[in-house]
Structures are given as C-alpha cells and as structure tokens.
Design a protein around this ligand. Sequence first.
Ligand SMILES: [Zn+2]
Ligand SMILES: [Zn+2]
Length: 164
Amino acid sequence: MAQAIGGAILGTRVDLHENPVMLRGFDGARGQYNASKILGGMQDIYTRQHGIGDYILIVAGKDLYIPGGRDFVFGLARPSVRAGIVSTTRLDNRYYRRKADMYDTIDRVVKEGTHEFCHMLGLDHCRNGECIMFCPTTLDELDRKRKTLCPACQRKLDAAKRYF
Ligand SMILES: [Zn+2]
Ligand SMILES: [Zn+2]
C-alpha cells in the first residue's frame, strides 16, 4: 500500500516504516488528536533530535482536528519541516456506517497521502474538484477527486521535484 501512496503519482520512491514515535496531542474530551501538535512532535523528534531531512508522512488511525480551525481534518502537512499526517479514521466506510471496503480506504489514503506529500513539496490547494490538491470537506468530495493532479498542479509538482 505504501508503495502506492504517492509513489506512482509523485514519480518517486516511497519507503514504508513503522512509526516509532508516540503521537502527541490527544484530547480526551474530544477523543481526537490535535494535528498541529503531532506535526510539532515530528519536528522535535525527527528533525531536531535526529537530523532526519526526509519527507515523512505518518498514516495513522487517529481522528484529527485543528484547534480553532476545523472540527476534523483528513490530514495536515507542514512544508517547512517536511512532515505530514493522514488519518484513516474518516477514510473508512465503517465510520459512516457503510459497508467496509478495504479498497475504498486504500484509494482514499493514496489520494490524501499524495495531497499531503504535495503540500510538503510546496503545492497549495486547487479549485479543480477532480484534482488531488482540491481540499475536500466531505467524504463525497474526496471520492470525487481523481488520483491525479490537474495539469497546472502537475507542472508545479514537476518544478518542485527538481529540488528533491
Ligand atoms: Zn490540503
Ligand atoms: Zn490542481
């Protein structure tokens, strides 16, 4: 699955590892994780303590929110520290009491994982509802996206990749 996350779409190699870092930012009252705090923790541990400069995307079954921002997010990225996270919680049909389908979940993780990777590479949101860089607020909007970038975003990605 990880090879599929972005690998083919980004045109680069993606390695899969277990994440050894405990995720910060659990809010017991909400039953959700503060996505900003998770990225802050990744910055402290991967970047500051270990000097790791790779682009790192965590895929976790933890529901995410941004304080003072959105009640939930599918994912979040911080380009300055090359860190991103995707939550599988709301990418799973069972969250919406629909029939479980692993392939639906994988499809969505590929879309949102690639979306966050592209943020890390400096791409912003796109208004084209079929583009990976469209920012979905519902599962239907997410499912309407294709697993490709629109021509304009593809050009931005190609330009950004020269600095990989
Ligand atoms: Zn986004
Ligand atoms: Zn686009």
